[in-house]
Unconditional design. Structure first.
Length: 216
């Protein structure tokens, strides 16, 4: 999927990229957790990014996007309600991931194993959930959310995004989207933030290489 596809609305493109980021990022943490070369700080940074952003993602769906869709298509209420139930199960997995204590000195094998187990649970929950959500959500976005309504929703999402590991979001977007798709997503950033994109990309490149165990 790319923005050159004339029949795909911006809502579907941006949601697809967000979901791909969630897939890639959760997979990376599960893999990096037991990689001996990955330092504590890098693991903590990715873990905290995932917890904050996954919570924010589903909360904006439950509290803002779902009501917009149901207002236009009341028959969607049941299916979206079931997806919100899955969000509650994701929250439980995120609680366990957030509770892994990474604040000590060296990351011991037991801590890495605990982090891996919690990260695998989040990864599997996210991947399974998105596989069920997308066949419901993408048609709803095409049929029931106007471009103006999506722009309003997207701006609210940007304004409330937690400031945790923002450079990682830029790095993951660059990995999963085309340059044109990424620019579409980033077009809504406040103007003062745009000069920061280049250094954020450089930092993301370095941090993602570290997490993947790739030498300089």
């Amino acid at each position: 999927m790319n923005i050159e596809s004339p029949n795909e609305p911006v809502a579907v493109i941006e949601t697809h990229l967000a979901h791909q980021v969630n897939r890639v990022a959760t997979t990376l943490l599960a893999e990096a957790a037991v990689r001996p070369s990955v330092p504590l700080g890098a693991l903590t940074q990715l873990r905290d990014f995932l917890v904050a952003n996954l919570r924010h993602h589903h909360e904006t769906e439950d509290n803002d996007l779902w009501p917009r869709i149901v207002a236009a298509a009341p028959a969607m209420d049941h299916g979206l309600g079931e997806l919100s139930g899955e969000h509650e199960r994701l929250d439980a997995a995120l609680d366990l991931l957030a509770a892994v204590n990474l604040s000590g000195g060296e990351v011991q094998d037991g801590v890495r194993a605990a982090l891996r187990d919690a990260a695998v649970a989040v990864r599997d929950t996210v991947h399974d959930h998105l596989d069920r959500e997308e066949p419901i959500l993408f048609p709803a976005l095409r049929e029931h959310i106007s471009p103006a309504e999506w722009q309003d929703f997207a701006q609210r999402v940007i304004a409330t995004t937690p400031p945790v590991g923002g450079h990682l979001m830029i790095g993951f977007l660059d990995e999963v989207g085309t340059p044109a798709e990424v620019e579409l997503v980033l077009a809504g950033l406040p103007e003062p933030v745009r000069p920061l994109l280049a250094p954020m990309r450089l930092q993301a490149t370095d941090d993602l290489r570290t997490l993947r165990g790739i030498g300089s």
